[in-house]
Design a binder for this molecule. Structure first.
Ligand SMILES: Cc1cc2nc3c(=O)[nH]c(=O)nc-3n(C[C@H](O)[C@H](O)[C@H](O)COP(=O)(O)OP(=O)(O)OC[C@H]3O[C@@H](n4cnc5c(N)ncnc54)[C@H](O)[C@@H]3O)c2cc1C
Length: 432
């Protein structure tokens, strides 16, 4: 498919580039390895693209005062083969070597990778373990943010409108450290099913310093400080390893792929874009609400409209059935959906079934699940079990992204629901 028409600028200086993106309306293009495929599918339709690939000021790798500074447009290949990176922060060079294939490594950039914040990307694990910082600049600001505060959620970072990642700053590794990046790659996409970056320092047999960055295991890459402390306090390595990821997103457990979708994800499905992905999800979330209140809120159209990410309207069309308008924006993808929300099998205050379906230009999304509410003191645990199905063009983003997106939308829904608890009176009166 050919992308829709767009304006294109290729500024030669950083100042020019920042001026062009200052209004937050234009899309930065770096290596294009993530953005261009989405544009070709018309899942991303920026009206104006600013190509930073010709900004010489962004392409460097240098070391000074114990910090390796890497310009945003350094490619994965530059990083993998740089004598400075290999000598001063070899963990990063090792992670770069695990990214995609030679073409991706020759074209994709470190700035593009961290800004895109794919939850299965390789760099974030290494950059978290290396305690890297990112220099973020706009036409009117210049700040640095620690990697641990940069990756907020799937495809969501601390970048603000009009800002770019200008530089990645990596403290030089102690030559006495041990390091390793291990990745279990998905057989179809090559992205990490799980990737773990580790640095350790030892004194005799004792581990005196451990840093662990993890990718692929949740909606965002994270540093596992609990497992680090276990290693540093002398807990046996196997026990600490088994604990990796336990603390992260403990509230949400997400299930496996269905057999059919798993087969497709491994390349057995059709390739014509009409493929449909089905993701099975299960998990639970604890909300700060009494059971009866939580049940009532989950059935309240005003609450549902506020908590469902991207919901732009929910109008009652029948008993327990609502027409819905929704706008989804995720990474570079955006699309509008119209559909319905239906509540069935109500068994207050314990369980009900929720069906959400919508379709639009970029395809359709259909989700169905059983929600079970269990009192837990002053709180309520809401367990869910169901599946999400997507079809049409949007299915081309791949099984992995469908699962990640569904997982993130559910998390955001419950976070908003929990936060709405304080304003429950006004919500109820708004529903009257
Ligand atoms: C076939 C294939 C396999 C891949 N396999 C892997 C893999 O195994 N592991 C892995 O980690 N990655 C993988 N990738 C992703 C690859 O690493 C991309 O290069 C990277 O995610 C995006 O970098 P880019 O320079 O191409 O950015 P682009 O595609 O140009 O941009 C991506 C996003 O970042 C924004 N952006 C770009 N640069 C900046 C900046 N400096 N500041 C702010 N915003 C910016 C853009 O606006 C866009 O939203 C793969 C990609 C492909 C196509």
């Amino acid at each position: 498919m050919i992308p829709q028409e767009f304006e294109y600028d290729a500024p030669a200086t950083l100042q020019e580039a920042l001026a062009l993106i200052a209004d937050g309306e234009r899309k930065v293009l770096a290596g294009g390895m993530s953005l261009i495929p989405l544009m070709k599918l018309r899942l991303a339709q920026p009206g104006h693209v600013v190509d930073i690939g010709r900004v010489a000021e962004l392409n460097y790798i240098a070391e000074a005062d114990g910090v390796v500074r890497i310009g945003a447009t350094a490619t994965h290949h530059d990083i993998e083969t740089s004598a400075i990176v290999r000598g001063k922060c070899p963990l990063l060079a090792e992670a770069a070597g695990h990214i995609g294939d030679a073409q991706v490594r020759n074209t994709g950039t470190i700035g593009g990778s961290v800004a895109h914040a794919d939850p299965a990307a390789d760099y974030p694990a290494a950059l978290l373990a290396l305690e890297a910082r990112f220099r973020l600049v706009s036409a009117s600001s210049d700040r640095t943010v620690a990697a641990s505060e940069f990756f907020l959620d799937a495809f969501t970072t601390a970048l603000e409108a009009g800002e770019i990642v200008m530089e990645v700053q990596v403290p030089v590794e102690d030559p006495g450290e041990g390091y390793r990046y291990e990745k279990v790659a998905h057989p179809a996409s090559g992205f990490a099913v799980v990737g773990v970056a580790v640095r350790v320092k030892k004194s005799g047999e004792a581990i005196t310093m451990a840093r662990i960055g993890v990718t692929g295991m949740g909606p965002r890459a994270f540093r596992d400080e609990a497992a680090e402390k276990m290693l540093e306090s002398g807990v046996e390595v196997g026990q600490a390893t088994a604990a990796v990821g336990e603390g992260e997103e403990a509230n949400i457990r997400v299930g496996r792929l269905s057999k059919a979708s798993g087969a497709r994800a491994c390349g057995e499905g059709d390739q014509d874009g009409a493929d449909e992905g089905v993701v099975k999800l299960d998990g639970r979330y604890t909300v700060a609400l009494q059971q009866a209140r939580a049940y009532a809120m989950l059935q309240d159209p005003v609450v549902l409209a506020r908590c469902m990410p991207g919901c732009e309207g929910l109008d009652r069309v029948a008993e327990n059935e609502y027409a819905m308008r929704m706008k989804m924006v995720l990474a570079s993808i955006s699309g509008k959906f119209e559909g319905k929300v239906r509540i069935t099998d109500s068994d207050p205050p314990s369980s009900f079934r929720l069906l959400v379906e919508g379709s639009g230009k970029i395809g359709f999304v259909k989700g169905e699940g059983l929600l079970t509410l269990t009192p837990d003191g002053a709180q309520t645990t809401v367990a869910y079990e169901g599946e999400v199905q997507v079809g049409g063009t949007i299915a081309n983003v791949g099984q992995r992204l469908v699962e990640t997106t569904a997982r993130m939308l559910i998390k955001r829904f419950f976070e908003k629901l929990s936060a709405s608890g304080a304003g429950v009176e006004s919500l109820e009166s708004a529903a009257d």
